[in-house]
Design a protein around this ligand. Sequence first.
Ligand code: PAN
Ligand code: ZN
Length: 186
Amino acid sequence: MILTRPICMDLSTGVLSGLGVEEVSRTISDLAGVFGDEQARLALDPTIVVYRVQSYLPAANGTEGGLFWGTTFLQPGLVGDEYFMTKGHFHAKRDRGEYYVTSSGEGALILMDEDRRTHFEPMRPGSVHYVPANTAHRVANTGASVLSFFACWPSDAGHDYETILHDGFSARLYCDNGRPKLVGAD
Ligand code: PAN
Ligand code: ZN
């Protein structure tokens, strides 16, 4: 028996609506240890919302073979010279991949493999990004407006934030004379 109902998505903004849509937000105070310049982060208003995630999780977390759907809305801004970005994670089940599709704004998908090789893919409306298995991923907003993107990931992927909080990515994306520059990559 099918127990789920369709939800709605505004294709231009990424906004999800309908029964079962959940939302979390991440403020400057939630992002301790994420940015390179901790003093610059502490100097900002801790209540500033850096990003919100709407998600639709029609299967129980951990279900093998199910899929989750979500939209992330990432504000423009800087912490020091580093773009506002998501925390970033590996999937707890390392062999699980994901799709990202940009709906609005400009950004960068930063990817790091398990050998700590980091690169980024520019994001613009309509760009479709495959996040391979065994790859940490985070998104930075490199534009002047909200960056929104859809994601689809396996319901048994899980999120390992600890590894990134502890070891970081091997490179950071800075705003260098108004342009994104990945610093620290091989
Ligand atoms: C995305 C992310 C979302 C927020 O839905 O969870 O963009 O980023 P963080 O989870 O790193 O805070 C995804 O990759 N799900 O697996
Ligand atoms: Zn993910």
